[in-house]
Design a protein around this ligand. Sequence first.
Ligand code: NAG
Ligand code: NAG
Ligand code: NAG
Ligand code: NAG
Length: 270
Amino acid sequence: MMKILIFLCLANLLGLLEGCQLPHDWRPQTEACRAELVETVVFAKVLALHKDSYSVYNYLPWQYNSDLFFSAEIELLCDQAWGSMLEVPTGSRLNVTGLGYFPCHSYTVMENNSYYFFLRMDENYNLLPHGVNFQDPIFPDSPENHRMFASLFQFSNCSFGIDPQVYTPDWDVQEDHRLLCSTVQRALLEEEERVKNLSQKVRMLEKANGHLREKVKNLKRSLRQATIENKEALQAKCLNKENGGKDSKTSNHKKVLARAPKKPTGNRLD
Ligand SMILES: *[C@@H]1O[C@H](CO)[C@@H](O)[C@H](O)[C@H]1NC(C)=O
Ligand SMILES: *[C@@H]1O[C@H](CO)[C@@H](O)[C@H](O)[C@H]1NC(C)=O
Ligand SMILES: *[C@@H]1O[C@H](CO)[C@@H](O)[C@H](O)[C@H]1NC(C)=O
Ligand SMILES: *[C@@H]1O[C@H](CO)[C@@H](O)[C@H](O)[C@H]1NC(C)=O
């Protein structure tokens, strides 16, 4: 029982459980829409798999050196991938990292098989699967997927099996569809970014608010301290007067008497 609790706490801490939760207004997008938004699409054959003992995309830090994470060495089967990020000819070899079994998803491929990959590049120039809209970024080599992605490679020189020109009649339809869904999706992404910006602002304001509250608390404390010190000083003064001012008692008394009538008039004027 304790073990399970500890695991749950750990899992929670690492976002393992919460990480699987999709935004509450999430809806699945068509592959055509996602292909429009992804950084790059390539059609490639997997030549070899390499184990990654460590990956920045590894969310299970206590499982270093496991078999869960790997990269794939791929060879492009068409030149010029979709999008501007990669401009490489057929036959180029690349390593795609960030594959494996993750808490919320699995990105897996098999040696000698071909796939369509949605890819992106991270800030260290690693190529990674790009799960646009939190959906699967790797598509097996099937007739439906050929049909779906053929138009993306329509001007490519493909070396292996597929002949994109066969699907010419679909181009116009797909083109229209892409234009339509990309505007919708872009609006969605902008909305997401706006929300992200807003929540960041809220967090900043909350922080500032916390600082202010702390400042006010400190001010109050020093005010209280000052009041106490004032009182103490007054008391000390009074004590001093009572003790040390005996010889000048008459003159003090006179002063008090002289001031006394002034006060009520001052108050009445208020
Ligand atoms: C891919 O990674 C493996 C292992 O790190 C390395 O041996 C291979 O040369 C890399 N291939 C390319 C094309 O970078
Ligand atoms: C992939 O193909 C190569 C050469 O054709 C072969 O040696 C290797 O065993 C194959 N790998 C798998 C996992 O089938
Ligand atoms: C297509 O690629 C092959 C090699 O993969 C090359 O021999 C051929 O000339 C290319 N064709 C064009 C039109 O670029
Ligand atoms: C969000 O903030 C970034 C910079 O902080 C800014 O470039 C971007 O335009 C903002 N997006 C929206 C939708 O306000």
